[in-house]
Design a protein around this ligand. Structure first.
Ligand SMILES: *Cc1c(COP(=O)(O)O)cnc(C)c1O
Length: 378
């Protein structure tokens, strides 16, 4: 089955009982048992729900893994994965991870004795150097947010294997349509499904896929014990979004290529960050490990004042957090998605006050270029 077909026919398609072509929304909390323990596979919807199960089977197929899990948000998914570890364990993470990931590691999970170090994983040498005796996992986000740095997943996974560590990849920006970290040697792949997988700015969700029975058992134990599950309505909405992931990602890609070229030629833009650019320092590895470069672009307009002028004048780019939707979105990471990262840390990472991040939506690319053109002129 090719990718676009798998989006429609992967997982559990439709309902064998009625012939409904869409998986029904099982809005139910508990299930009748014919005698104690005599159930049909479902007992209580925290443990398992048929609509959520269909979504979990679908993401499992799309990522080519052993089992899938759906959570109430990307952060709930990330937190559940971190609960596989114990007090005293250490996790090595990509330095410019999503702000919420940095926050949960450094302000919440640290209180439970899970220690973390953030390094620039786009240079594999940095990983090897920071492995400690109690390190249990390498957590990669690639491409990163907002600087679009790319880590060699296969290379990092090789280092992890050598040291007996798990490799975890946040695949939110690429989606399984463009990149499959499990095939590149990682053990766990996760998503903020709020972004491209949902795709329509109407659902908050997180998904995880693991590559072994042991990890599946352990993560299901955490999911059932801590209870951050996705509800049946949102599971259904997410499956609906995923059906069009392929055509959406192809269109995002084509429009982004045009907009990146426009930005690169514009005198008011000092720097463009996009892994599809040959000048991007990680372009070769991005090309090798993925099938597309995605619809996220960051660029520098030099100052907070210039960024504010741009934000104030665009018509089709909505000023909002989030990404990966049909609507084009614009944000200033320093004051929005990355505001929870201390200023001195932001400066170290290169997240300047003039850095603008855009998520290219599905509007006509010519309209988006004209919009940026008029806003940059002001
Ligand atoms: C949004 C995001 C998250 C967090 O997901 P939520 O669904 O907002 O909880 C994690 N990682 C990345 C890369 C994200 O963009």
């Amino acid at each position: 089955m090719r990718r676009k077909t798998q989006l429609i026919h992967g997982g559990i398609a439709g309902d064998p009982n009625t012939g409904a072509v869409s998986v029904p929304i099982y809005q139910v909390s508990t299930y009748k048992q014919d005698g104690v323990g005599g159930h049909k596979g479902f007992e209580y919807s925290r443990t398992g729900n048929p609509t959520r199960h269909a979504l979990e089977e679908l993401i499992k197929d799309l990522e080519g893994g052993h089992a899938g899990f759906a959570f109430g948000s990307g952060m709930a998914a990330i937190t559940a994965v971190m609960m596989l570890f114990n007090s005293g364990d250490h996790v090595l993470l990509t330095d410019d991870v999503y702000g919420g990931t940095y926050r949960v590691m450094s302000k919440v999970l640290n209180r439970f004795g899970i220690d973390s170090t953030f390094v620039d994983t786009s240079n594999l040498d940095n990983i090897e150097k920071e492995i400690k005796p109690n390190t249990k996992a390498i957590y990669l986000e690639t491409p990163t947010n907002p600087l679009l740095k790319v880590t060699d997943i296969a290379g990092a996974a090789q280092i992890a294997k050598k040291h007996g560590l798990l490799t975890i990849v946040d695949n939110t920006f690429s989606t399984p349509y463009w990149q499959n970290p499990l095939e590149l040697g990682s053990d766990i792949v996760l998503h903020s499904a709020t972004k491209y997988l949902g795709g329509h700015s109407d659902v908050v969700a997180g998904l995880v896929v693991v590559n072994s029975e042991k990890l599946a058992e352990d993560l299901h134990f955490v999911q059932n014990s801590t209870g951050g599950v996705l509800g049946p309505q949102d599971s259904w909405l997410l499956m609906r979004g995923i059906k069009t992931l392929g055509i959406r990602m192809e269109e995002h890609e084509a429009s982004t290529a045009k907009i990146v070229q426009f930005l690169g030629d514009h005198p008011a833009v000092s720097k463009v960050y996009y892994p599809g650019l040959e000048s991007h320092p990680n372009h070769e590895i991005a090309k090798k490990q993925g099938r597309g470069f995605g619809g996220m672009v960051s660029f520098d307009v030099g100052s907070e004042a210039n960024a504010d002028k741009l934000l104030g004048n665009v018509k089709y780019f909505t000023l909002a957090e989030s990404l990966g939707a049909v609507e084009s979105l614009i944000s200033v990471p320093a004051r929005m998605t990355h505001a929870s990262i201390p200023a001195e840390r932001r400066a170290e990472l290169g997240i300047t006050d003039g850095l603008v991040r855009i998520s290219i939506g599905l509007e006509d690319a010519e309209d988006l270029i004209e919009d940026l053109q008029q806003a940059l002129q002001k």
